[in-house]
Each structure stands twice: as structure tokens, then as C-alpha cells.
Design a protein around this ligand. Structure first.
Ligand SMILES: *Cc1c(COP(=O)(O)O)cnc(C)c1O
Length: 407
């Protein structure tokens, strides 16, 4: 594995908060795809879809341009549009809200647990009560953890609300359900799960996304909206006089527009990288779990000023390693701490500024009171965390934190 090497003058290299792990066989897989007959819509796309569906134990996987496109496709597949209301927890990347909103839905922001950043059952209940009705909830498995998925499912079912899991952080995460182990993406309690293959995510394609589902009708609709909203399936053709010849055969050139859509397809080049990376998921998962365990152990003495985010009772493959810091008690602002860590070669990031506070949503929906989201945001800081890190890198981060925070 290619760990960041020290620079020529011996100083350790900069540790970003996240990055890809690309190895020689990944590069070879991409080169082989470039020599092939198809650069897009070729055999590697369906091969990736089969491999990904198997990896998360879903019946279907639809791969597309990126995670944001995947969220949008999920919204379109559920028929969300003008008049729809979608509940989204406020601590997430803004695409979780923007994608269903771009499909036409209004967003109802839900609060989160201040210590895990995850939507709780009471947050969902309150959001439903505030909105009057809701059509779907886009639940976020923040950092790679799962919240109370069973209770959320019960509440959603009681209110006739569909569930889309934003699993962009949670590839490889599992949770227990009735004595069995269920993977995020398997959709034991959801209609669809969305993933991203951006370079900071657990496996990457450069850019890429996927939606998994066990519903063949949703799978079909996802594929329709991935490709301009047009169909080449003869069984779906409705303009019969133009579609078929006298003997009832569909014309070989014919396709039909169901509803104008975008091109959210992905290339075979990206799927080649995705297949190569997906084969490493077990190793990347083990590595992320080992790094998280090292952080947990080494950070324990820094409590209560600095604590890892609250653990939930799933088995996570963490995407980020965020800690909650009492900046007031340290006598330093978060910006000062980030700058001093940066000077020590340690990259950090804040995940996330609450989406309900983003100016577009604040102007549209007014100032909402979501104290859990605010309290999580006020303390969150993501530390370097990626599969190519060494355990000595974790120790280096802790030493720098102790110096900077004077702990
Ligand atoms: C990365 C991410 C997305 C968007 O994925 P892209 O591939 O960057 O479009 C959506 N939601 C969450 C929680 C993410 O982390």
C-alpha cells in the first residue's frame, strides 16, 4: 500500500483528512479499459453493477456519474417532485437535500443527536409533525455509523413515508436486525441506498455513484432517468405507429422519451477502477477499523475536552474520523486549532455546517431551531483517516493534538 512518504528533507508528509488509496493494479485496470472497445456503456458498467450489488447484498445496483446524481435518481424513481416533502437530517453534505430539491421536492430538515450527528426517532417525529406530511426521508449514515434504523423504519411505515438511505459514508457498515447482520445497501429497512465513489470515500472511481434496491420497478426507473429519460424497451413503447413495423417488430433505431432527463451515465474507465477498488473493500474495511480502534484508544486520555463522536451499536466501516472538541475549554477557536494542526502537517475538516443554515435553505424555510445539529457542528473536527495511513500516523496526529490543545 502506498503510504504518504516523507519528503526529501526528512520532514513527514502532510496528512490530509481523507484521500484515495490507488495501487498499481488499479492503474493497470484503468489502462486495460482504455485499450478495450468500449469507453462507456460497455461491459464493465454491468460488471461493476453485479459486483457492487453482490458486495452489499442488494438485488440491483445502478451505477451513475456521482453520488449527487444517485440521490437525484433515487428521488425521481420514487416520483418525488413538486408538491412532495422530503425529510433530511441537517448534518450531512448538502447534496442529500439539494438532489431531491432539484427534483422538485421541498426539504424538511430534521435535527440530530448532538453527540453522534445521526437523526434520532424523535427528530424524525418532530420533522413529520412540523411538515404536516412527508413523502420520503433521506436518512444519512453519517461518518459510517447507523442510527436507530429499526425505529425510523417503524415511524416511516406508520406515516407512509419511503426511505432512501444516504450510505455515501457507510460502504462496508453493518448492523444487527432480528439476530441477523445486515449491510448498508442491502435495503433490509429502506427502499434504496445511495453511494458515492469520490476519492475521499472508502472505494473510489474518481467520480461515481450508485443506487441499490431490491425492487425491480425502481431499478428500471433509475435506469430510465440515468439515460435521458428515454427507453429502448419495446414493451414500454406507447407511440405504436412510429415504434413498430407492420409485423409488430420494434424498429431497430427507435427509442422513446418518457420525460426529459439528464445524462448521468458513467464510463467503463471509471468502472474498471471501481471494480479494482471494490475487490479491496474487505482489506480497506479492516484497515479503517484498525485505525479507528487505534484512535479510540489513544484519544481516551484526552476526554472530556476531546472525545470521539458517540458510538452507536452498529459495526461501522468509518468514512471519517471526527472528534468533538470543547473549543471554549481549550481557549482557542476551531479555526486557530485547524491552522496550528495544519502547520504541523495535519489536515482536518469540518463535517458539516448544518444544511438548514445554508443561505439558500435559510432564506427559503426561515431560521429553524435544530439545537442538536448546532451543537454537533460547534464541536466537530475530522482528523486524518484513510486506508493508506500507518498506525504511526495516528500517533503523530495525537501528539500534534496534545501540543496544539495543550492536553
Ligand atoms: C460524498 C457525499 C455525497 C455526494 O457524493 P458525490 O459523489 O460527491 O456527488 C452525498 N452525501 C454524502 C453524505 C456524501 O458524503
Amino acid at each position: 500500500m502506498t503510504a504518504p512518504l516523507p519528503k526529501a528533507d526528512g520532514t513527514p508528509s502532510f496528512l490530509p483528512y481523507g484521500r484515495q488509496t490507488i495501487e498499481d493494479d488499479d492503474i493497470a485496470a484503468v489502462a486495460a479499459a482504455l485499450r478495450g472497445d468500449y469507453l462507456t456503456t460497455g461491459p464493465l458498467v454491468s460488471r461493476f453493477e453485479s459486483a457492487f450489488a453482490a458486495a452489499v447484498r442488494a438485488d440491483h445496483a445502478v451505477v451513475c456519474s456521482n453520488g449527487t446524481a444517485a440521490l437525484y435518481l433515487a428521488a425521481k424513481a420514487l416520483g418525488l417532485g413538486p408538491g412532495s416533502k422530503v425529510i433530511v437530517p441537517s448534518i450531512t453534505f448538502l447534496a442529500t437535500a439539494s438532489a431531491p430539491h432539484l427534483a422538485g421536492a421541498e426539504i424538511v430538515f430534521a435535527d440530530v443527536d448532538p453527540n453522534s450527528g445521526l437523526m434520532r426517532a424523535e427528530d424524525l417525529e418532530k420533522a413529520i409533525a412540523r411538515s404536516g406530511h412527508a413523502d420520503a426521508v433521506f436518512n444519512v449514515h453519517l461518518n459510517g455509523q447507523c442510527g436507530p434504523v429499526e425505529t425510523i423504519h417503524e415511524i416511516a411505515r406508520r406515516h407512509g413515508i419511503r426511505i432512501v438511505d444516504d450510505g455515501c459514508h457507510a460502504l462496508g457498515t453493518s448492523y444487527r436486525l432480528g439476530g441477523a447482520e445486515k449491510l448498508v445497501g442491502e435495503n433490509a429497512l429502506s427502499d434504496m441506498t445511495v453511494f458515492s465513489f469520490h476519492p475521499v470515500k472508502t472505494v473510489t472511481m474518481g467520480e461515481g455513484g450508485a443506487v441499490t434496491t431490491n425492487d425491480s420497478k425502481l431499478d428500471e426507473t433509475l435506469r430510465l432517468y440515468r439515460n435521458h429519460g428515454m427507453t429502448r424497451e419495446a414493451s414500454a413503447f406507447e407511440t405504436e405507429q412510429d415504434a413498430f413495423d407492420h409485423s409488430g417488430h420494434a424498429h431497430p433505431w427507435y427509442y422513446e422519451l418518457v420525460e426529459p432527463g439528464f445524462n448521468w451515465r458513467i464510463t467503463d474507465i471509471q468502472c474498471a477502477l471501481g471494480l479494482s477498488q471494490l475487490a479491496k473493500l474487505t482489506r480497506f474495511t479492516a484497515r479503517r477499523r484498525a485505525l479507528a480502534a487505534a484512535y479510540d484508544a489513544m484519544l481516551a486520555p484526552l476526554a472530556p475536552i476531546l472525545k470521539p463522536v458517540a458510538h452507536t451499536d452498529c459495526l461501522p466501516t468509518l468514512h471519517l474520523y471526527p472528534v468533538l472538541i470543547d473549543f471554549k475549554a481549550c481557549g482557542q477557536s476551531r479555526a486557530e486549532v485547524m491552522a496550528r494542526l495544519h502547520a504541523e502537517g495535519i489536515g482536518t475538516q469540518v463535517h458539516y455546517y448544518p444544511v438548514h443554515r445554508q443561505r439558500y435553505y435559510a432564506e427559503r424555510y426561515g431560521q429553524l431551531e435544530l439545537p442538536g445539529a448546532d451543537r454537533y457542528y460547534a464541536r466537530a473536527l475530522s482528523l486524518p483517516f484513510f486506508a493508506a495511513m500507518a498506525l504511526s500516523d495516528v500517533a503523530r496526529v495525537i501528539e500534534a493534538l496534545r501540543r496544539v490543545l495543550r492536553l
